[in-house]
Design a protein around this ligand. Structure first.
Ligand code: XBP
Ligand code: MG
Length: 257
């Protein structure tokens, strides 16, 4: 039986609610490039079905503004969006309630931790430095970010990169994700996955997830379990609850063989 050796963390929507800021950065970038384009929240929710900012832009122009396809340099537009995101993020990013508690608990117990995200390494650095200073990047052993793959989530590639860098088998790990596409990526790599929904994914269906919560939970902001399973004690998702879920996954996989 495989014991839990590592937590694999998604970033956008899981470590922090960043999508509102990404949306703002996309819209400012359109303005700076002189494009008559503004994404609404409803449209952005739909566009989140394409992971990765560059891929999302290409999809948008092809589907909604074919008149702009030949005119827009998507790579330059996305590079500008990334710069704007870094500026906008100053003093505006916070980790989700319960995340720091869980990151530190995992680190103190000797679990490995990885970042597995479609966004860029620089955006991850910005988030971790702004919220946790020097400690931020030291909490993680491995980073797998958008630059590392050509196929982003829901492809398993980012998870495979993280597993290879950790030197661990998928069943020794547990992924934490907020979106169905993230769940699909983790499952396609054989990694069991727990969902903590974000406002952008709250109404989604999460087939293949071990459990679905609406937050990691802190004593003053408890998380709720949304899939009918037993809630974490005191509404706080801690390492003991994650280990119990992981044991269930390993046991069920053993039965299926
Ligand atoms: C998040 C994303 C990201 C951000 C934008 O997916 O799809 O693309 O929205 O980031 P996940 P970039 O949380 O599943 O990794 O513009 O930096 O690509
Ligand atoms: Mg996410």
């Amino acid at each position: 039986m495989s014991a839990l050796r590592a937590l694999l963390w998604d970033v956008d929507g899981t470590l922090a609610e960043t999508e509102g800021l990404h949306l703002e950065a996309f819209n400012r970038a359109f303005h700076d490039f002189g494009l008559d384009v503004t994404w609404s929240e409803d449209l952005y929710r739909e566009l989140l079905q394409v992971t990765g900012g560059r891929e999302r832009l290409r999809h948008y122009f092809a589907r909604y503004r074919p008149d702009l396809v030949a005119r827009v340099d998507v790579a330059a537009l996305h590079a500008h969006k990334t710069r704007l995101y870094g500026e906008l993020a100053r003093n505006r990013l916070q980790l989700r309630p319960g995340v720091v508690r869980l990151l530190r608990e995992a680190k103190a117990t000797g679990l490995a931790q990885a970042v597995v995200t479609t966004t860029s390494r620089v955006n991850v650095q910005t988030l971790l430095r702004q919220t946790l200073g020097e400690e931020g990047e030291r909490l993680f052993d491995v980073f797998a970010t958008g630059e590392d793959v050509t196929r982003k989530k829901p492809a398993p590639d980012l998870y495979r990169v993280a597993l290879a860098r950790l030197g661990l088998a998928p069943e020794a790990c547990l992924a934490l994700e907020d979106s169905p596409l993230g769940v699909a990526a983790a499952r396609a790599a054989g990694v069991p996955v727990v969902v903590v929904t974000s406002p952008w994914t709250r109404d989604a269906r999460f087939s293949g997830a071990l459990a679905v919560f609406d937050g990691f939970g802190e004593p003053d902001a408890p998380g709720r379990r949304l899939d009918g399973g037993s809630p974490p004690p005191g509404g706080c998702l801690d390492l003991a609850s994650l280990r119990a879920l992981h044991r269930e996954a390993v046991r069920d996989a053993g039965r299926a063989c």
